[in-house]
Design a protein around this ligand. Structure first.
Ligand SMILES: Nc1ncc2ncn(CCCCCNC(=O)c3cc(-c4ccc(F)cc4)cc(O)c3O)c2n1
Ligand SMILES: [Mg+2]
Length: 214
């Protein structure tokens, strides 16, 4: 039977990356996507912006919406302090299965919890299910029309605190116009756009970094 792109991406990791070396996993995925097949990872150019935000925030509790194959999950986790944790939500069980294997190859299972299901259902359960108080950093990279409703849900569930950072991928391509309008005009956020390019292409894209003011 024909393999899927996530399966071929995982095989590229297992073939080219060193077990237990997260940065070699990131590099192997970027090389696969540049040389063989495009895939919707945040990529290396936007990934460097992600790295700088993670290093600046030094988060203890991270939420990622949209795991896909775990590229950004591994990228973030590789920069976290020892006790820090990431909860990453993935809707598609096939993607979640691949992501768990990519994360295991990087040796980061202890820092990362992959949760399967839609963000709209899981966000209200975060406190009771995972003992989360508030998130220090939220990376939005899932369905683009869920960025705004899920941000409002995070607010309503008391999962954001003064200073929580929201970092959103793809605000230009595919684009999240309603989300951008909200975080740029709401008095509850201080927003900043980091211009970049769509992963592995020359098309414009960027990350929006928004601080929740409480
Ligand atoms: N509610 C809920 N809860 C949890 C979930 N987990 C997953 N999902 C579903 C999300 C499915 C993947 C989302 N990501 C993208 O669609 C995406 C697309 C492009 C792209 C594609 C084609 C182009 F020509 C140009 C750009 C580039 C990117 O960087 C992207 O991140 C969930 N939904
Ligand atoms: Mg993305």
């Amino acid at each position: 039977t024909q393999s899927t792109r996530p399966q071929r991406l995982l095989h590229a990791v297992q073939k080219n990356a060193t077990r237990g070396d997260p940065r070699s996993v990131v590099k192997a995925i970027d090389n696969f996507c540049r040389q063989k097949e495009w895939a919707m990872n945040v990529g290396d150019e936007k990934g460097c912006i992600l790295d700088s935000v993670v290093s600046e925030v030094n988060p203890v509790t991270v939420l990622e919406l949209g795991t896909y194959c775990g590229y950004s999950t591994v990228r973030i986790a590789s920069l976290l302090p020892p006790r820090a944790k990431i909860i990453t939500l993935e809707f598609n069980p096939d993607y979640a299965k691949i992501a768990r294997q990519v994360i295991a190859w990087a040796g980061l299972e202890d820092k990362i919890q992959v949760v399967e299901g839609p963000s709209g259902e899981w966000i209200p359960k975060m406190k009771e299910q995972f003992g989360v108080k508030t998130f220090d950093l939220v990376f939005l990279d899932h369905w683009k029309d869920r960025y705004l409703p899920d941000t409002k849900l995070l607010e309503d569930c008391g999962l954001l605190r003064k200073g929580t950072i929201l970092l959103a991928d793809n605000v230009i391509c595919p684009g999240t116009p309603d989300y951008l309008e909200y975080v740029r005009n709401s008095p509850r956020y201080k927003s900043q756009y980091f211009k970049s390019h769509l992963e592995y292409t020359k098309a414009e894209d960027g990350l929006e970094k928004s601080v929740f003011l409480g």
